[in-house]
Write a protein that binds this ligand. Structure first.
Ligand code: ZN
Length: 210
């Protein structure tokens, strides 16, 4: 799970909210402002799903409410930009699987240290970095982050970058990480934290980190 640093909401979204006080999400979902907002969220996340980091596009994503819009306790946050993310549409994970679930203690992509709460194994499984971290465990379960599809996808990325166990090309790995850090979109496989995991496993250190 990659940390998402929220930027500012699109101006047209702000104006729409001002013009449509008391509107519900269904009204909003039919507007052009909704598409514009979704695009902004996808860009903000460097085209990666907020939970699983698979690459997403406008056509295969939805706007995800971290605090569920169907829960009366979070009604006020339905249109709050800080509560909105872009999720993939797969049924076995992420926003669709999470549905109405939310816990303040869950690991969220809006927690600055979220990526540090998880690590991977060479077969592509995601596990809590600390085996006693029950909320990391619960988050993996509730978001389906260890489903077969995601495990297989991560394993193939690890094997590809790792040259099937012969070890990664460290210059290439550094270049990929640098491009993602600079906000470039040339890396077309998503799963940024898997790339970081592999670099750490081989003690590949970015220059800026010393
Ligand atoms: Zn996802």
């Amino acid at each position: 799970m990659k940390y998402i640093c929220k930027t500012t909401e699109p101006e047209n979204f702000r104006l729409w909210k001002n013009r449509n006080k008391g509107a519900n999400w269904d009204d909003f979902s039919k507007t052009s402002e909704h598409g514009e907002l979704r695009n902004r969220l996808i860009e903000e996340q460097q085209r990666m799903c907020c939970y699983c980091e698979v690459l997403i596009k406008l056509e295969d994503s939805h706007i995800e409410h971290l605090k569920p819009k169907g829960n009366p306790s979070y009604r006020k946050e339905m249109f709050l930009y800080e509560n909105l993310l872009a999720s993939c549409q797969f049924k076995d994970s992420c926003g669709v699987k999470k549905f109405g679930w939310y816990e303040p203690d869950m690991v969220s992509p809006l927690n600055e240290n979220c990526s540090g709460r998880f690590t991977y194994t060479s077969d592509g499984s995601i596990i809590p970095s600390d085996k006693n971290d029950i909320w990391a465990e619960k988050t993996i379960e509730k978001l389906g982050l260890n489903c077969r599809r995601l495990r297989d996808r991560r394993m193939s990325i690890i094997r590809g970058l790792d040259n099937n166990g012969k070890g990664p090309d460290s210059a290439y790995l550094k270049a990929v990480i640098k491009e993602i850090l600079e906000g470039k979109n040339s890396w077309s496989f998503g799963f940024y934290t898997v790339v970081i995991y592999l670099a750490a496993a081989y003690d590949i250190v970015m220059e800026s980190e010393g």
